[in-house]
Design a protein around this ligand. Sequence first.
Ligand SMILES: *Cc1c(COP(=O)(O)O)cnc(C)c1O
Length: 361
Amino acid sequence: MIDYENLGKLNQPFFKEFEESFHKTLTGGWYVLGKNVETFENEFASFTGSKYCLGVASGLDALILSLKAFNFQSGDEVIVPSNTYIASIIAIIHAGLKPVLVEPNIDTYNIDPLKIEEKITSKTKAILVVHLYGKSCEMDKITAICKKHQLKLVEDCAQSHGAKFKDKQTGTFGEFGCFSYYPTKNLGAIGDAGSITTYDIELLEKVKMLRNYGSKVKYVNDVVGYNSRLDEIQAGFLSIKLKKLNDINQHKRKLASIYLSNLKSDFIKPIVHPDYFDVYHIFNIRHEKRDELRDYLLKNEIKTEIHYPIAPHKQLAMRGILDNQNYPLSEEIHQTTLSLPISYFHTEDDINKVIDVMNKF
Ligand SMILES: *Cc1c(COP(=O)(O)O)cnc(C)c1O
């Protein structure tokens, strides 16, 4: 059986260092907001090329805290892609704002810059871009739109650690870059974790207060904050894995290149373009008989996933918020997309087996 993902196998190369780090943190006796978190924040800022990084409890919290930091008015609008993982939309709602969905470009699966301006109103305050599947959005066009309409830019980088647009990393274009270190992400912890990157010291101070009860000085609370702290154990693990993030990304890029050159053209493959350095958090193809293909692969001992089976506006959770809206491209993607195995532990042999089976479909 070829697994889609196997977190034990993925992390096996790090077990020994994890155990040493855990032991050090355990016996050190400082478990929340200590040296490990500070070290990782500095390392990740430097890795991405951002000025600052702030560890938080999850990718969702990174998004919520970032949106909260602007002090927008309740009901203000934030533009977001219609085919994102629902967390991006949930974050906007939790921040008391209104999500306004924009359809993706069907070739890149990312928000279509040509469709953004028609959705801008006097209430629009920000664009929340999502670098889906490990490919950056078209950041030159998007930053130009933000500038023209004086909008804030927040980047959901949960799937794009290390991805670049024209040699600049995701998470360095907007006021905030929001990262998730959920175990399956390209840089994954052994539990929940996240971070926020920013170039702006004042915004950094705001999210820093928000993550710790709205407090700068112990027991002095300036704003109604949250408890969203990255813990020392996870930060220690993340520092260890960050050293291998380039290797992880290169491995996924190698496996992707094998798929790209060898999968037959019946499958719609991700596009490759020199402006983009893709990190393939997910390697998806599209096929009109997606469900049949998925069953066929499973019968041939190959596990796959669907990202995502239901479009956000079709979710029960969005009743009264996004229903009665139409996003045909988004629905088409959700009905035809299939994610193929592409983890750090997969070998080139594994991928060649998947390709052999797929090409006989
Ligand atoms: C994983 C993910 C999130 C949420 O991250 P968590 O750490 O699970 O809260 C947000 N946006 C996207 C696009 C994601 O893939």
